[in-house]
Ligand binder design. Structure first.
Ligand code: ADP
Length: 187
């Protein structure tokens, strides 16, 4: 199964992907995690990405695409994957389509986790307290939500047009939401 998970920062994409990857036996590929690993490792790419991420803005499309291709061509992704955090704007939609066409592995379905914005702000505040992520400060969160509304929301429309979008209610208990996602996948 080749799946894209869509949803605002804090909508629970990462949490759900971690559960669903086991059920589907495919890797969870998060561009946010890949970038954080690069920052931590202090690679050239990581150094470039760090300041951009801390400002809540998007890392350049070229950098993210190169990193993603490297990950998607690893053997474990041959069985499929759950993509989380990509595509994040319309240019990335086109880049992904071109890349996956070349690899002969198109996206089969996009799941959008639907969570109201009041709840998003609350969840990120909780996560900030628990995980201490560098980009979970109030100003950065505001910027990430602004970037999301402006650049990432249109991505759902892109997959809807392709007939691949399924919207799932992302409010409720973790297990309940997982069941909704699995039900949407089997429809
Ligand atoms: P969240 O979904 O909670 O915002 P992520 O872990 O997905 O968190 O992403 C954290 C940061 O990493 C983003 O704010 C952005 O700076 C960078 N990033 C992640 N994915 C992409 C992407 N596809 N394109 C550009 N930047 C990205």
């Amino acid at each position: 199964m080749r799946l894209v998970l869509l949803g605002a920062p804090g909508s629970g994409k990462g949490t759900q992907a971690d559960v669903i990857k086991t059920k589907l036996s495919v890797p969870h590929i998060s561009t946010g995690d890949l970038l954080r690993a690069a920052v931590k490792a202090g690679t050239q790419l990581g150094l470039k990405a760090k300041a951009v991420m801390e400002a809540g803005q998007l890392v350049s499309d070229d950098i993210v695409l190169g990193m993603l291709e490297e990950r998607l061509t690893q053997p474990d992704a041959a069985a499929g994957f759950i993509l989380d955090g990509y595509p994040r704007n319309l240019a990335q939609c086109t880049a992904l389509e071109t890349l996956l066409k070349r690899l002969e592995r198109p996206i089969e379905v996009a799941i959008q986790l639907d969570v109201p914005s009041e709840l998003i702000v609350e969840r990120i505040a909780t996560r900030a307290a628990v995980q201490g992520r560098q980009d979970d400060t109030p100003e950065t969160v505001r910027e990430r939500l602004r970037v999301y509304a402006q650049q990432t929301e249109p991505v759902a429309g892109y997959f809807a047009q392709e007939g691949k979008l399924k919207v799932v209610d992302g409010v409720g208990e973790l297990g309940e939401i997982t069941q909704r996602v699995l039900a949407a996948l089997s429809r």
